[in-house]
Design a binder for this molecule. Structure first.
Ligand code: NDP
Length: 331
Protein backbone atom coordinates (compact mmCIF):
# COMPACT_ATOMS: atom_id res chain seq x y z
CA UNK A 1 0.00 0.00 0.00
CA UNK A 2 1.12 3.57 -0.66
CA UNK A 3 1.41 5.74 2.43
CA UNK A 4 2.10 9.44 3.05
CA UNK A 5 4.21 10.30 6.09
CA UNK A 6 4.88 13.64 7.72
CA UNK A 7 8.56 14.10 6.97
CA UNK A 8 9.19 17.55 8.50
CA UNK A 9 7.22 19.94 10.64
CA UNK A 10 6.52 22.74 8.15
CA UNK A 11 8.03 26.13 8.85
CA UNK A 12 5.69 28.74 7.50
CA UNK A 13 3.77 27.53 4.48
CA UNK A 14 3.95 23.73 4.04
CA UNK A 15 5.90 22.47 1.02
CA UNK A 16 5.85 19.15 -0.84
CA UNK A 17 9.17 18.22 0.78
CA UNK A 18 7.43 18.12 4.19
CA UNK A 19 5.74 14.90 3.02
CA UNK A 20 7.19 11.51 2.12
CA UNK A 21 5.62 8.76 0.01
CA UNK A 22 6.51 5.17 0.89
CA UNK A 23 5.21 1.77 -0.18
CA UNK A 24 4.49 -0.71 2.62
CA UNK A 25 3.45 -4.34 2.62
CA UNK A 26 0.03 -5.07 3.99
CA UNK A 27 -0.59 -8.42 5.72
CA UNK A 28 -2.20 -10.95 3.43
CA UNK A 29 -5.03 -12.17 5.64
CA UNK A 30 -7.13 -10.14 8.02
CA UNK A 31 -7.94 -11.37 11.54
CA UNK A 32 -11.32 -11.67 13.20
CA UNK A 33 -12.87 -8.22 13.79
CA UNK A 34 -10.77 -6.60 11.08
CA UNK A 35 -11.50 -5.41 7.59
CA UNK A 36 -9.46 -4.34 4.59
CA UNK A 37 -10.32 -0.89 3.32
CA UNK A 38 -9.57 0.76 0.01
CA UNK A 39 -9.46 4.55 0.13
CA UNK A 40 -11.96 6.27 -2.15
CA UNK A 41 -11.92 9.96 -1.08
CA UNK A 42 -9.59 11.91 1.21
CA UNK A 43 -10.49 15.20 2.86
CA UNK A 44 -7.75 17.82 3.14
CA UNK A 45 -8.49 20.49 5.73
CA UNK A 46 -6.82 23.66 7.02
CA UNK A 47 -6.80 22.35 10.64
CA UNK A 48 -4.29 19.65 9.60
CA UNK A 49 -1.71 22.45 9.45
CA UNK A 50 -2.00 22.81 13.23
CA UNK A 51 -1.42 19.10 13.76
CA UNK A 52 1.76 19.29 11.68
CA UNK A 53 3.28 21.64 14.29
CA UNK A 54 4.27 20.40 17.70
CA UNK A 55 2.60 23.26 19.55
CA UNK A 56 0.01 22.15 22.12
CA UNK A 57 -3.53 22.33 20.75
CA UNK A 58 -6.92 20.69 21.11
CA UNK A 59 -5.73 17.63 19.17
CA UNK A 60 -2.27 16.08 19.55
CA UNK A 61 0.32 16.77 16.83
CA UNK A 62 1.02 14.24 14.09
CA UNK A 63 4.17 12.25 14.75
CA UNK A 64 7.12 12.68 12.42
CA UNK A 65 7.67 9.79 9.99
CA UNK A 66 4.21 8.41 10.75
CA UNK A 67 1.20 8.44 8.40
CA UNK A 68 -0.95 11.55 8.36
CA UNK A 69 -4.66 10.98 8.84
CA UNK A 70 -7.80 12.93 8.07
CA UNK A 71 -11.41 12.35 7.10
CA UNK A 72 -11.61 9.52 4.56
CA UNK A 73 -14.33 7.59 2.74
CA UNK A 74 -13.21 4.02 2.03
CA UNK A 75 -14.65 0.87 0.51
CA UNK A 76 -14.68 -2.36 2.48
CA UNK A 77 -13.01 -4.90 0.22
CA UNK A 78 -12.76 -7.74 2.75
CA UNK A 79 -14.39 -8.02 6.15
CA UNK A 80 -14.22 -10.22 9.22
CA UNK A 81 -16.07 -7.53 11.20
CA UNK A 82 -19.72 -8.12 12.16
CA UNK A 83 -20.74 -4.50 11.60
CA UNK A 84 -19.40 -4.04 8.05
CA UNK A 85 -19.64 -6.18 4.93
CA UNK A 86 -17.68 -6.34 1.73
CA UNK A 87 -18.90 -3.58 -0.61
CA UNK A 88 -19.91 -1.20 2.19
CA UNK A 89 -18.52 2.31 2.28
CA UNK A 90 -17.33 3.80 5.56
CA UNK A 91 -16.20 7.25 6.66
CA UNK A 92 -14.01 8.32 9.54
CA UNK A 93 -10.50 9.31 10.46
CA UNK A 94 -8.10 7.08 8.52
CA UNK A 95 -4.49 7.15 7.40
CA UNK A 96 -3.32 8.63 4.11
CA UNK A 97 -2.89 5.15 2.60
CA UNK A 98 -4.33 3.57 -0.53
CA UNK A 99 -5.31 0.49 1.50
CA UNK A 100 -5.38 -0.19 5.23
CA UNK A 101 -6.66 -2.63 7.79
CA UNK A 102 -9.12 -1.33 10.38
CA UNK A 103 -11.18 -2.70 13.25
CA UNK A 104 -13.94 -0.28 12.31
CA UNK A 105 -13.89 1.60 15.62
CA UNK A 106 -15.23 5.13 15.12
CA UNK A 107 -16.10 4.42 11.47
CA UNK A 108 -19.60 5.08 10.17
CA UNK A 109 -21.29 3.28 7.34
CA UNK A 110 -22.27 5.76 4.61
CA UNK A 111 -24.93 5.28 1.97
CA UNK A 112 -23.81 5.92 -1.62
CA UNK A 113 -27.46 5.92 -2.71
CA UNK A 114 -28.45 8.79 -0.41
CA UNK A 115 -25.67 11.20 -1.37
CA UNK A 116 -22.49 11.18 -3.45
CA UNK A 117 -19.73 9.62 -1.34
CA UNK A 118 -17.66 12.80 -1.30
CA UNK A 119 -20.54 14.66 0.40
CA UNK A 120 -19.82 12.69 3.59
CA UNK A 121 -16.54 14.60 3.85
CA UNK A 122 -18.20 17.98 3.29
CA UNK A 123 -21.81 19.03 3.53
CA UNK A 124 -22.81 15.80 5.36
CA UNK A 125 -19.52 15.56 7.22
CA UNK A 126 -17.27 17.62 9.42
CA UNK A 127 -17.51 20.92 7.55
CA UNK A 128 -21.32 20.84 7.25
CA UNK A 129 -21.59 20.08 10.97
CA UNK A 130 -19.19 22.93 11.72
CA UNK A 131 -21.28 25.38 9.72
CA UNK A 132 -24.58 24.29 11.29
CA UNK A 133 -23.42 23.96 14.90
CA UNK A 134 -21.24 27.08 14.90
CA UNK A 135 -23.91 29.30 13.41
CA UNK A 136 -26.86 28.01 15.43
CA UNK A 137 -25.16 27.38 18.80
CA UNK A 138 -22.94 30.45 19.07
CA UNK A 139 -24.42 32.70 16.38
CA UNK A 140 -28.00 32.30 17.67
CA UNK A 141 -29.41 33.85 14.49
CA UNK A 142 -32.64 35.86 14.46
CA UNK A 143 -34.41 36.61 11.18
CA UNK A 144 -33.60 40.09 9.89
CA UNK A 145 -30.10 40.18 11.36
CA UNK A 146 -26.90 40.62 9.34
CA UNK A 147 -24.34 37.82 9.12
CA UNK A 148 -20.83 38.30 7.77
CA UNK A 149 -18.85 35.18 6.85
CA UNK A 150 -15.14 35.13 6.04
CA UNK A 151 -13.65 32.28 4.03
CA UNK A 152 -17.12 32.40 2.50
CA UNK A 153 -16.45 30.40 -0.66
CA UNK A 154 -14.89 27.48 1.20
CA UNK A 155 -16.40 24.31 2.60
CA UNK A 156 -17.59 25.77 5.91
CA UNK A 157 -18.26 29.35 4.78
CA UNK A 158 -20.44 28.48 1.78
CA UNK A 159 -22.72 26.42 4.02
CA UNK A 160 -22.81 29.01 6.81
CA UNK A 161 -24.01 31.65 4.35
CA UNK A 162 -26.73 29.45 2.90
CA UNK A 163 -28.01 28.47 6.35
CA UNK A 164 -28.04 32.17 7.16
CA UNK A 165 -30.27 32.81 4.13
CA UNK A 166 -32.60 29.92 5.07
CA UNK A 167 -32.93 31.46 8.55
CA UNK A 168 -33.81 34.89 7.13
CA UNK A 169 -30.55 36.79 7.59
CA UNK A 170 -28.84 39.35 5.37
CA UNK A 171 -25.63 37.53 4.40
CA UNK A 172 -22.35 39.10 3.36
CA UNK A 173 -19.45 36.88 2.26
CA UNK A 174 -15.75 37.66 2.06
CA UNK A 175 -13.54 35.67 -0.31
CA UNK A 176 -10.41 35.98 -2.42
CA UNK A 177 -11.46 36.16 -6.09
CA UNK A 178 -14.20 37.82 -8.16
CA UNK A 179 -15.20 34.40 -9.47
CA UNK A 180 -15.81 33.25 -5.90
CA UNK A 181 -17.83 36.39 -5.12
CA UNK A 182 -20.00 35.75 -8.20
CA UNK A 183 -20.54 32.17 -7.06
CA UNK A 184 -21.55 33.31 -3.55
CA UNK A 185 -24.27 35.50 -5.00
CA UNK A 186 -25.46 33.43 -7.96
CA UNK A 187 -25.17 29.88 -6.59
CA UNK A 188 -25.48 30.33 -2.84
CA UNK A 189 -27.82 33.33 -2.60
CA UNK A 190 -25.55 35.65 -0.59
CA UNK A 191 -26.77 39.25 -0.59
CA UNK A 192 -23.33 40.80 -1.00
CA UNK A 193 -19.71 39.80 -1.35
CA UNK A 194 -16.32 41.45 -0.88
CA UNK A 195 -13.12 40.35 -2.61
CA UNK A 196 -10.49 41.05 0.06
CA UNK A 197 -7.69 40.79 -2.49
CA UNK A 198 -8.94 43.71 -4.59
CA UNK A 199 -10.46 45.87 -1.83
CA UNK A 200 -8.14 48.48 -0.35
CA UNK A 201 -10.43 49.71 2.38
CA UNK A 202 -12.08 46.66 3.94
CA UNK A 203 -13.53 48.72 6.79
CA UNK A 204 -15.59 50.88 4.40
CA UNK A 205 -16.49 47.93 2.16
CA UNK A 206 -17.96 46.08 5.15
CA UNK A 207 -19.83 49.15 6.38
CA UNK A 208 -21.32 49.48 2.89
CA UNK A 209 -22.23 45.80 2.49
CA UNK A 210 -23.73 45.67 6.00
CA UNK A 211 -25.52 49.04 6.28
CA UNK A 212 -27.34 47.98 9.47
CA UNK A 213 -24.12 46.72 11.08
CA UNK A 214 -22.99 43.16 11.78
CA UNK A 215 -24.97 41.04 14.25
CA UNK A 216 -23.11 37.78 13.64
CA UNK A 217 -19.58 37.33 12.36
CA UNK A 218 -18.59 33.77 11.42
CA UNK A 219 -14.81 33.98 11.36
CA UNK A 220 -12.87 31.41 9.34
CA UNK A 221 -9.77 33.46 8.60
CA UNK A 222 -8.73 35.80 11.45
CA UNK A 223 -6.08 38.46 10.77
CA UNK A 224 -6.70 41.81 9.08
CA UNK A 225 -10.01 40.74 7.47
CA UNK A 226 -11.48 40.09 10.89
CA UNK A 227 -9.95 43.27 12.29
CA UNK A 228 -11.87 45.29 9.70
CA UNK A 229 -15.17 43.69 10.69
CA UNK A 230 -14.93 44.69 14.36
CA UNK A 231 -15.55 48.31 13.35
CA UNK A 232 -19.05 47.36 12.17
CA UNK A 233 -20.27 45.06 14.94
CA UNK A 234 -23.61 45.84 16.53
CA UNK A 235 -24.70 45.80 20.14
CA UNK A 236 -24.94 42.18 21.36
CA UNK A 237 -23.12 40.88 18.26
CA UNK A 238 -21.98 37.24 18.33
CA UNK A 239 -18.60 36.30 16.88
CA UNK A 240 -17.92 32.66 16.11
CA UNK A 241 -14.19 32.13 16.19
CA UNK A 242 -14.10 29.01 14.00
CA UNK A 243 -10.73 29.29 12.31
CA UNK A 244 -7.88 31.61 11.45
CA UNK A 245 -6.37 30.27 8.24
CA UNK A 246 -4.71 33.62 7.48
CA UNK A 247 -2.33 33.09 10.42
CA UNK A 248 -1.84 29.29 10.40
CA UNK A 249 1.48 29.60 8.55
CA UNK A 250 2.78 32.50 10.67
CA UNK A 251 6.00 31.79 12.48
CA UNK A 252 5.32 34.50 15.08
CA UNK A 253 2.19 35.29 17.03
CA UNK A 254 0.03 37.60 14.96
CA UNK A 255 -0.15 41.26 15.94
CA UNK A 256 -3.30 43.11 15.12
CA UNK A 257 -6.22 45.08 16.31
CA UNK A 258 -7.00 44.84 20.00
CA UNK A 259 -10.62 43.72 19.97
CA UNK A 260 -11.56 44.24 23.62
CA UNK A 261 -12.84 47.83 23.20
CA UNK A 262 -15.16 46.69 20.42
CA UNK A 263 -16.50 43.82 22.50
CA UNK A 264 -17.04 45.95 25.61
CA UNK A 265 -18.62 48.85 23.79
CA UNK A 266 -21.09 46.55 22.05
CA UNK A 267 -21.64 43.94 24.78
CA UNK A 268 -20.56 41.49 22.10
CA UNK A 269 -19.81 37.80 22.56
CA UNK A 270 -16.81 36.17 20.93
CA UNK A 271 -16.42 32.44 21.41
CA UNK A 272 -13.97 29.87 20.14
CA UNK A 273 -15.68 26.99 18.37
CA UNK A 274 -14.49 23.39 17.97
CA UNK A 275 -16.93 21.13 16.22
CA UNK A 276 -16.09 18.03 18.29
CA UNK A 277 -17.50 19.77 21.39
CA UNK A 278 -20.98 19.70 19.82
CA UNK A 279 -21.34 15.95 19.24
CA UNK A 280 -24.74 15.86 20.97
CA UNK A 281 -26.06 18.21 18.27
CA UNK A 282 -24.80 16.10 15.32
CA UNK A 283 -27.95 13.98 14.85
CA UNK A 284 -30.13 17.12 14.71
CA UNK A 285 -27.63 18.83 12.40
CA UNK A 286 -27.39 15.85 10.02
CA UNK A 287 -31.16 15.56 9.87
CA UNK A 288 -31.59 19.24 9.13
CA UNK A 289 -28.77 19.44 6.56
CA UNK A 290 -30.10 16.34 4.73
CA UNK A 291 -33.61 17.75 4.74
CA UNK A 292 -32.52 21.12 3.36
CA UNK A 293 -30.43 19.32 0.71
CA UNK A 294 -33.33 17.16 -0.43
CA UNK A 295 -35.67 20.16 -0.47
CA UNK A 296 -33.16 22.03 -2.65
CA UNK A 297 -32.77 24.81 -0.06
CA UNK A 298 -29.12 23.97 0.41
CA UNK A 299 -26.53 23.14 -2.21
CA UNK A 300 -22.78 22.69 -2.24
CA UNK A 301 -19.72 22.73 -4.40
CA UNK A 302 -16.54 20.70 -4.28
CA UNK A 303 -13.09 20.91 -5.76
CA UNK A 304 -12.13 17.33 -6.52
CA UNK A 305 -8.47 16.66 -7.20
CA UNK A 306 -7.53 13.34 -8.78
CA UNK A 307 -4.98 10.90 -7.45
CA UNK A 308 -3.36 9.79 -4.20
CA UNK A 309 -0.08 11.46 -5.25
CA UNK A 310 -1.81 14.84 -5.21
CA UNK A 311 -2.98 14.78 -1.58
CA UNK A 312 -0.12 16.97 -0.24
CA UNK A 313 -0.51 19.45 -3.09
CA UNK A 314 -4.27 19.68 -2.58
CA UNK A 315 -3.64 20.39 1.10
CA UNK A 316 -1.08 23.12 0.33
CA UNK A 317 -3.44 24.64 -2.24
CA UNK A 318 -5.96 25.42 0.53
CA UNK A 319 -3.59 28.19 1.61
CA UNK A 320 -3.62 29.58 -1.93
CA UNK A 321 -7.40 29.60 -2.14
CA UNK A 322 -7.33 27.15 -5.08
CA UNK A 323 -10.56 25.47 -3.89
CA UNK A 324 -14.18 26.42 -4.21
CA UNK A 325 -16.24 24.64 -1.58
CA UNK A 326 -14.82 21.45 -0.10
CA UNK A 327 -11.36 20.35 -1.23
CA UNK A 328 -11.34 16.59 -1.70
CA UNK A 329 -8.94 14.13 -3.29
CA UNK A 330 -10.41 11.24 -5.27
CA UNK A 331 -8.21 8.17 -5.20
P1 NDP B 1 -11.93 26.20 3.07
O1 NDP B 1 -12.67 25.29 2.17
O2 NDP B 1 -12.54 27.50 3.45
O3 NDP B 1 -10.50 26.43 2.42
C1 NDP B 1 -9.64 27.39 2.87
C2 NDP B 1 -9.91 28.76 2.22
O4 NDP B 1 -9.32 29.75 3.03
C3 NDP B 1 -9.26 28.94 0.87
O5 NDP B 1 -10.05 28.46 -0.18
C4 NDP B 1 -9.04 30.45 0.79
O6 NDP B 1 -10.09 31.10 0.08
C5 NDP B 1 -9.06 30.90 2.25
N1 NDP B 1 -7.75 31.46 2.62
C6 NDP B 1 -6.54 30.87 2.48
N2 NDP B 1 -5.58 31.69 2.92
C7 NDP B 1 -6.20 32.84 3.34
C8 NDP B 1 -5.75 34.07 3.91
N3 NDP B 1 -4.44 34.29 4.13
N4 NDP B 1 -6.67 35.01 4.21
C9 NDP B 1 -7.97 34.79 3.99
N5 NDP B 1 -8.46 33.65 3.47
C10 NDP B 1 -7.59 32.68 3.15
O7 NDP B 1 -11.60 25.43 4.41
P2 NDP B 1 -12.67 24.91 5.47
O8 NDP B 1 -14.00 25.39 5.11
O9 NDP B 1 -12.44 23.47 5.69
O10 NDP B 1 -12.21 25.66 6.80
C11 NDP B 1 -12.46 27.06 6.97
C12 NDP B 1 -11.95 27.49 8.33
O11 NDP B 1 -12.68 26.82 9.35
C13 NDP B 1 -10.49 27.17 8.58
O12 NDP B 1 -9.91 28.23 9.31
C14 NDP B 1 -10.54 25.91 9.40
O13 NDP B 1 -9.41 25.72 10.18
C15 NDP B 1 -11.79 26.17 10.22
N6 NDP B 1 -12.46 24.97 10.71
C16 NDP B 1 -12.64 24.87 12.05
C17 NDP B 1 -13.32 23.83 12.59
C18 NDP B 1 -13.53 23.81 14.06
O14 NDP B 1 -14.11 22.87 14.61
N7 NDP B 1 -13.10 24.86 14.74
C19 NDP B 1 -13.82 22.72 11.77
C20 NDP B 1 -13.62 22.93 10.35
C21 NDP B 1 -12.94 24.01 9.85
P3 NDP B 1 -9.95 32.59 -0.52
O15 NDP B 1 -9.76 32.43 -1.99
O16 NDP B 1 -11.25 33.21 -0.17
O17 NDP B 1 -8.77 33.21 0.13
Amino acid sequence: TQTILLKNRPEGKPTLSDFEFITEDIKETISSGEMLLETAYVSVDPYLRGRMSDAKSYVPPFELNKPIHSGVVAKVIDSKNDKFSEGDYVSGMLDWKTQQISKGEDLLKVDANKAPLSAYLGILGMTGLTAYCGLTQIGKPQAGETLVVSGAAGAVGSVVGQIGKILGLRVVGIAGTDEKIDMLKSKFGFDAGINYNTTDDMKSAIAEAAPDGVDIYFDNVGGPISDAIFFSINKFARIINCGAISVYNNTELPKGLSVQPFLVKNSALMQGFIVSNYAEKFPEAMKQLSEWLSEGKLTYTETIVDGFDNIPKAFIDLFEGKNKGKMIVKI
